[in-house]
Design a protein around this ligand. Structure first.
Ligand code: PGA
Length: 254
């Protein structure tokens, strides 16, 4: 059985000092996360606050990385730098990286491989734009992003990956996808994983939904057997709101 996972993408919010206050508040509201896995993804500058503070049940993720380990890459951060801070996961191929910073599937693939080389678990984001959905292209788009993003992975490596289905039109818009749309796309992703990397990968990989997830709608998404958790942006910036999301995930545990 796949363990439920809630990943909190802070994006470019909170200084290190603000992160410390947030962590203290969240730890009081969510002293134990079991049986759910809760992972915080602060900006690079606040990773150490979460990574070096003990006594909380939250895992740590980075929001991106660069594929080489060291080198002349001004402004970039590598996988070994992230593991040294206690990161276990890294979000890759987020649509904001794709749209605003020109990232493509080939780059996401290099990043996925770099993460795996260093024992970091990639959370690969895929999702269609509104025009792609309106044209009926959703399945093709997410299947292509998945296959190119994970190209060259062995069966063993493929099982350590998490996929986040995040329709571009649902991110930060307050307009989440419907449980039916999510279920259909997750089925496409899972069958693609099984066809390309075998049935164990198809069964073991967690597929999260992301895009305007809130305490009010998360239970409806988690009611689908296809949804293994959520990638939450705006609604996780307030610890009270995140605590409610975690409570919903705990009470709807399968
Ligand atoms: P949102 O962001 O919850 O604010 O829509 C989700 C994401 O981009 O990961």
């Amino acid at each position: 059985m796949r363990q439920r996972l809630i990943v909190c993408n802070w994006k470019m919010h909170k200084t290190a000092a603000e992160a410390a206050v947030y962590l203290q508040q969240l730890s009081a509201l969510v002293p134990r996360a079991d049986p759910i896995e809760v992972v915080l993804a602060p900006p690079f500058t606040a990773l150490h606050v979460v990574g070096q503070s003990s006594g909380h049940p939250f895992g740590l993720a980075a929001q991106d990385l660069f594929w080489d380990d060291t080198g002349p890459y001004t402004g970039e951060v590598s996988a070994p730098m992230l593991t040294a801070l206690g990161c276990r996961y890294v979000i890759l191929g987020h649509s904001e990286r794709r749209q605003l910073f020109g990232e493509d599937d080939a780059g996401a693939n290099k990043k996925v491989r770099a993460a795996l080389r260093h024992g970091l678990r990639p959370i690969l984001c895929v999702g269609e734009s509104l025009s792609q959905r309106d044209r009926g292209d959703t399945e093709n788009v997410v299947r292509g992003q998945l296959l190119r993003g994970l190209e060259g992975l062995s069966k063993e490596e493929s099982r350590t990956v998490t996929i986040a289905y995040e329709p571009v039109w649902a991110i930060g818009t307050g307009r989440a996808a419907s449980p039916e749309q999510i279920t259909a796309t997750h089925q496409t992703l899972r069958s693609t994983l099984a066809n390309s990397w075998g049935s164990e990968t198809g069964e073991q990989v967690r597929i999260l939904y992301g895009g305007s997830v809130t305490p009010d709608n998360v239970s409806a998404f988690l009611a689908s057997a296809e949804v293994d958790g959520a990638l939450v942006g705006g609604a996780c910036l307030d610890p009270h709101s995140l605590a409610k999301i975690v409570a919903c995930a705990q009470s709807s545990q399968r």
